[in-house]
Structure formats: structure tokens, C-alpha cells
Design a protein around this ligand. Structure first.
Ligand SMILES: Cc1ncc(COP(=O)(O)O)c(C=O)c1O
Length: 354
């Protein structure tokens, strides 16, 4: 059995697998740095100021991971024992539910979206109905855009605005997990600032489609960021000469968004090919951004068999929500899509004829 270190693989497991570009590596080597715990790393400060500018929010804070952004934000807004409303397959309440329980004593009111992970204002309104017994308290609503388990579905600004209006009416803040917000902007044509204006706070990841090796940022008003900065120390995420990473992050932030349309086109072509090879496994029309899921259950073979057989053909895919997940990114071009489709053909022949 091959292993990843034997490479080269076509790696479609996630958009987090990209390697830093030569320009990023040069910027990292030359980065001007300071001790970010004290707030005096000039490159980190530049990155934070740039995101604050792009989002139109008062301030931003650079953190090692998207998970830490979500955890810090939820801790700011929600008290222990209180509820956070999230779509049931969202990163906040799926992958990170234990973190929230341990770090903040948060429980979730999970809402199942009717379509592709995207909550509606009506669903949020129902989730915020006051408890007639005055026992439960909802402190926060979170949304995810694009929605990862929803197949990279993008929520239009108007829908975020409608959810925000419901939240504001009930006096509950709205937080946006925008790990892939720039992908959403590429599809909807909206600016990041238009989304940012409709929420109380948000995060974006630099380490996903934008291609930085590490790093995510929170953005919001000055008071939110002041408290998030304090919690960053509490949660062990206050780093030192982080400017080395922020230098690559600045390049990702400036240059990354421009090429996301290519990732989306590659994902669509991959989806069309997979739909031809295994009819019914997915609908290419659902593929709006860089994430696609193929449902292989009708073949009677476990998803793990597909993942292993694809790997044996040199193509890495992952399993999420019982399906084969593939994610396009900067290191995937037309040749990699052809190679992946070739692997799909071989694996489909092998697994559906035995
Ligand atoms: C939607 C979403 N939010 C948050 C995260 C967490 O980001 P990180 O892996 O940087 O902790 C991920 C990771 O894949 C994600 O897909």
C-alpha cells in the first residue's frame, strides 16, 4: 500500500493541503517580526489591519486555526449552560461540539437545514422562540458560509441579512464561520464587507482556498476583538513571532481570492466527470464552489473501499458524512482533474463489476 510520503499524489482531501508558493516562502524568510503576545509584530499587525479594512470592521485578530477563532468567538458571546443555534452539520456544532462543551460549557440547539446546510430566517426565528418556561437561554446564532458539509453551498448576502434581522429583533448576536467566505463571494459577487456588515462577528481562514500554510482571523467591533485577544491568551493561542506566518497570510489574502473561480471550474468539471462515470452519485449543478460529494452507497461497496482504491490509483479523497468528499485548491489544475477522473473510471470498473 502506498503512503502519502511516497507521493506524488493528486490530493483532493481538502483545500488545506496546499504548500506555500515560492513567493510565500520568500516573504516568510524576509518577514519583519516582533512578539505578537505584546502586540508588536508589525507583519501580524499589517495582516490584521488589512482584514479589518477588507471587512469594514473595526478590528481583526490573527489566530493559528479556524477552530480557535470559532471557539474564542463562541466563548465571547455565550455563557456556560446557555445555547448556541447552529445548523446541525456545521463545523461549530459537529466537529467542534466537544471543544465548546469543554472550553465554554456550551450546548447547541441544532437545526437541520432544508437544503445544503443553509439555514433560513424562518428556521432561525423558530429556533429563537422564547422558552415559555423561561429556562433555556440562546446566546448566539452561528452560520457557515460556504457550508462545508452542504457541499460548499454559498449563502447570498440577502439571506444573511434576513437572518441578521431576526437575530437583532430577538437581541441575539449572529456569528459567521467564514472559513471559505471568499469562495462564497466569488459565487455571489458580493464583497466580504457586505457579508461582514450583516453579522456581529466573523472569521475567515487563510489556510484553506486562499492557500496560506497556517492562520485564520476574527473580525468584529473593537470591544469584541479586545475580549478575543484576552481569550487568545487564555486558550493558549497567543503566539510570538507569528509574522513569519502572517507574511504568507498577507499574500494569501491579496492574491488568493483572484484564483478561486478556477477552483470552482475545476470542481465543476470533476463533478461532471464523476456523474458520467457513476450516474446518480452527484448532481453537478449542486457544485457551486470547490467542494463536491459523491454518494457511492448505491454500489453496495463501503465508502472506505472507494477511498482506498482511489489512493491505490494515486488520488487522495476523504470521507465526510458517509460520502466521498473531494476539494479543489491551488495545487489542482486540469491535469490533476484528468488524473482523478481516470482513477474514478478504474475504481468504478473494479468495484462495480466484482
Ligand atoms: C467550515 C469550517 N470551519 C472551521 C474549520 C476549522 O478550521 P481549522 O482546520 O483551521 O481549525 C473548518 C476546517 O476545515 C471548516 O471547514
Amino acid at each position: 500500500m502506498r503512503s502519502v510520503s511516497d507521493g506524488p499524489y493528486v490530493d483532493l482531501r481538502s483545500d488545506t493541503v496546499t504548500k506555500p508558493t515560492p513567493a510565500m516562502r520568500r516573504a516568510m524568510a524576509d518577514a519583519e517580526v516582533g512578539d505578537d503576545w505584546f502586540g508588536d509584530d508589525p507583519t501580524v499587525n499589517r495582516l490584521q489591519e488589512r482584514l479589518a479594512e477588507l471587512t469594514g470592521r473595526e478590528a481583526a485578530l490573527y489566530l493559528p486555526t479556524g477552530t480557535m477563532c470559532n471557539q474564542v468567538a463562541m466563548h465571547v458571546f455565550a455563557r456556560s449552560g446557555h445555547l448556541v443555534v447552529s445548523e446541525e452539520s456545521a463545523h461549530t456544532c459537529g466537529v467542534e461540539a466537544s471543544s465548546s462543551a469543554v472550553l465554554s460549557g456550551i450546548a447547541f440547539r441544532r437545526v437541520r437545514a432544508a437544503s445544503r446546510g443553509l439555514l433560513t430566517a424562518a428556521q432561525v426565528a423558530a429556533a429563537l422562540e422564547p422558552d415559555p418556561y423561561d429556562v433555556t437561554r440562546v446566546d448566539l446564532v452561528t452560520i457557515e458560509n460556504t457550508h462545508q458539509v452542504g457541499g460548499g453551498a454559498a449563502m447570498p448576502v440577502a439571506d444573511v441579512r434576513a437572518i441578521h434581522a431576526v437575530c437583532a429583533d430577538r437581541g441575539v448576536p449572529l456569528y459567521l464561520d467564514g472559513a471559505r467566505l471568499f469562495n462564497a463571494c466569488t459565487v455571489t459577487g458580493a464583497k466580504v464587507s457586505e457579508y461582514a456588515a450583516e453579522v456581529d462577528a466573523l472569521m475567515v481562514c487563510l489556510s484553506k482556498g486562499l492557500g496560506a500554510p497556517i492562520g485564520s482571523l476574527l473580525a468584529g467591533d473593537a470591544e469584541f476583538i479586545r475580549e478575543a485577544r484576552r481569550l487568545r491568551v487564555v486558550f493558549g493561542g497567543a503566539w510570538r513571532q507569528a509574522g513569519i506566518m502572517a507574511a504568507a497570510g498577507l499574500i494569501a489574502l491579496e492574491e488568493g481570492p483572484r484564483r478561486l473561480a478556477d477552483d470552482h471550474a475545476n470542481a465543476r468539471r470533476l463533478a461532471e466527470g464523476v456523474a458520467d462515470i457513476l450516474p446518480g452519485s452527484l448532481d453537478p449543478a449542486d457544485v457551486q464552489t470547490n467542494i463536491l460529494f459523491a454518494d457511492v452507497t448505491s454500489t453496495g461497496r463501503p465508502v472506505s473501499a472507494w477511498v482506498s482504491a482511489m489512493a491505490a490509483c494515486g488520488v487522495l479523497v476523504s470521507t465526510v458524512a458517509g460520502q466521498v468528499r473531494m476539494v479543489t485548491h491551488r495545487d489542482i489544475g486540469p491535469w490533476e482533474i484528468d488524473t482523478a477522473l481516470d482513477a474514478w473510471r478504474r475504481v468504478a470498473e473494479e468495484l462495480t463489476t466484482r
